[in-house]
Write a protein that binds this ligand. Structure first.
Ligand code: SAH
Ligand code: SF4
Length: 364
């Protein structure tokens, strides 16, 4: 089988070339061709010796996933569905704003963590994405938007907030992050690449050593009782441990705060007493809050908090001195909002069936 060069970060590509008897600078050249020029054809890499090109033809590919569907919203949000084989597809979303362009990348086909309000979680888990499939999303976004090194940088920020739990696919995600940050790759700033986690404590500690980037933590609850219910991973890593892990992360983080994401679920976690409890919970963790109005999907069993409840919640946090943003829903017309990235998951866990059964029972 041919080696997919998109699976390698620069040190790995350098080692691979060394094993082929090639000099280290070749790895840098090929990185730039693949990631900066978006080139997948060795023949087009004109400053590479013909003999090496022939060698690469025989044993390597630049393998990006196939593009299945591309959609553009009225507000400029774009979404791509990439084919990752055997009936599975993952989604990538680009959100343009005045001062930045943010790409939301998936890390797994489905997710094993079963957060009750998340459509990806409801679909079950199929498999981890390879490094090539993760970085291939950034590759495609640049390709689809016609980016070249001479253009302005269109994707200035990356958030690992698509399908999947990035820290559950640690090695492949870290290699992809390293390619995003590498000057011979995409040259993104560490501060502008964000990993979002539901709170995998040991992997948060590993990430701060392996590749410290900005961190968002999906908190969603002010106490263990509610969080156990909606983020089942909390039973393994309860809030006290999670808060301590956030503090440890900040020692190495490129930003001096953690972003806490908080999905606003009507009647579940959106009351003034929850806001007050939250303030006490995060006392020792420098942080900002990002409130996400729940994005509904069929049979979710939840409703979005009222605008009033969201406003009150925000004001209580702000009065306590926190910076709070409320996430705007973008790309409504193409289902590109947070938690709506459904993609196509061939569910190995048959979880979808379980949820459909629960929904049917409720209807009866
Ligand atoms: N698995 C990671 C990253 C992917 S989800 C994590 O959980 O952090 C990105 C964010 O969207 C998370 O904060 C997640 O909890 C939130 N989310 C999931 N489903 C949602 C929904 N239906 N409405 C609003 N936010 C949702
Ligand atoms: Fe997985 Fe994140 Fe969805 Fe939870 S919210 S099920 S961790 S993708």
């Amino acid at each position: 089988m041919k080696t997919n060069l998109l699976d390698f970060n620069l040190p790995q590509l350098t080692d691979h070339f060394a094993a082929m008897g090639e000099k280290p600078f070749r790895a840098k050249q090929i990185m730039r061709w693949m990631h900066q020029m978006g080139e997948a054809d060795f023949d087009a890499m004109t400053d590479i010796a013909k003999s090496l090109r022939a060698k690469l033809h025989d044993c390597a590919i630049v393998g990006v996933p196939d593009l299945m569907v591309s959609q553009e919203s009225e507000d400029g949000t774009r979404k791509w569905l990439l084919d990752v084989g055997t009936g599975n597809g993952v989604e990538t979303v680009f959100i343009p704003e005045d001062d930045r362009g943010t790409l939301c990348i998936s890390s797994q086909v489905g997710c094993a963590l079963e957060c009750t309000f998340c459509s990806t979680g409801r679909q079950g888990f199929n498999r981890n994405l390879s490094t090539a499939e993760i970085i291939g999303q950034l590759w495609w976004a640049n390709k689809a938007m016609g980016v070249t090194p001479k253009n302005e940088r269109v994707v200035s920020n990356v958030v690992m907030m698509g399908m999947g739990e990035p820290l559950a696919n640690f090695d492949n995600v870290v290699s992809a992050l390293q390619i995003m940050l590498d000057d011979h790759g995409y040259g993104l700033s560490r501060r502008r690449v964000t990993v979002s986690t539901s709170g995998m404590v040991p992997q948060m500690d590993r990430l701060k050593e392996a590749c410290p980037v900005a961190l968002a933590v999906s908190l969603h609850a002010s106490n263990d009782r509610i969080r156990d219910e909606i983020v089942p991973l909390n039973k393994k890593y309860p809030l006290k441990e999670l808060m301590a892990a956030c503090q440890r992360y900040l020692v190495k983080a490129p930003r001096d705060f953690i972003t806490f994401e908080y999905v606003m679920l009507d009647g579940v976690n959106d009351r003034p007493e929850h806001a007050r409890e939250l303030i006490a919970l995060v006392r020792d963790v420098p942080c900002k809050f990002n409130l996400i109005p729940f994005n509904p999907f069929p049979n979710s069993g939840y409703e979005r908090s009222s605008n009033n409840a969201i406003r009150n919640f925000r004001e209580i946090l702000q009065e306590a001195g926190f910076i709070v943003t409320v996430r705007k829903t973008r790309g409504d017309d193409i289902d590109a909002a947070c938690g709506q990235l459904a993609g196509q998951v061939q569910d190995k866990t048959r979880r979808q069936e379980k949820w459909i059964r629960i929904a049917e029972e409720k209807d009866q």
